[in-house]
Design a binder for this molecule. Structure first.
Ligand SMILES: [Cu+2]
Length: 138
């Protein structure tokens, strides 16, 4: 028996899979480009690209603990937790979520229109110095 409805549905499923695959490829390319840029230098910036910075957490500190950018530049941070406790970074509308000891996260905090301070939201950590400053160039 030939059922035309079945054929149509199968074609739709195939086409949806192709869309998902295309998006996965795009996501992989963007991830690769970001990682390559991060590997090239500790902090780099181009007129069109994001500002990329490698940050390490030790004790109750982000190192480095600041960045200066234009208002059109995305702030992308790779944060590595070298401490024995869990930490995180809330900066503007961005939040890394928990960064466990030994873990690294790469997070795009987007752009900033004015100077903004971020901090670790774990109890007491901000007061102990876990702050991170974005300075926006005029
Ligand atoms: Cu913390």
């Amino acid at each position: 028996m030939n059922n035309p409805n079945m054929t149509t549905r199968a074609a739709q499923v195939v086409s949806r899979r192709a869309d998902v695959l295309a998006w996965l490829i795009v996501a992989a390319l963007i991830t690769t480009a970001t990682i390559c840029a991060l590997v090239r230098g500790e902090s780099s910036q181009s007129p069109d690209g994001p500002a990329l910075q490698d940050i390490r957490i030790t004790g109750m500190e982000f190192t480095p603990s600041s960045i200066e950018v234009d208002s059109s530049t995305h702030v992308v941070l790779r944060i590595t937790n070298d401490d024995s406790r869990e930490h995180n970074l809330k900066l503007g509308s961005g939040f890394t979520g928990p960064i466990y000891p030994g873990d690294s996260v790469v997070y795009d905090f987007g752009t900033f229109e004015s100077d903004t301070q971020g901090w670790c939201t774990k109890a007491g950590h901000k007061a102990m110095g876990m702050v991170y400053d974005v300075t926006v160039r005029e």
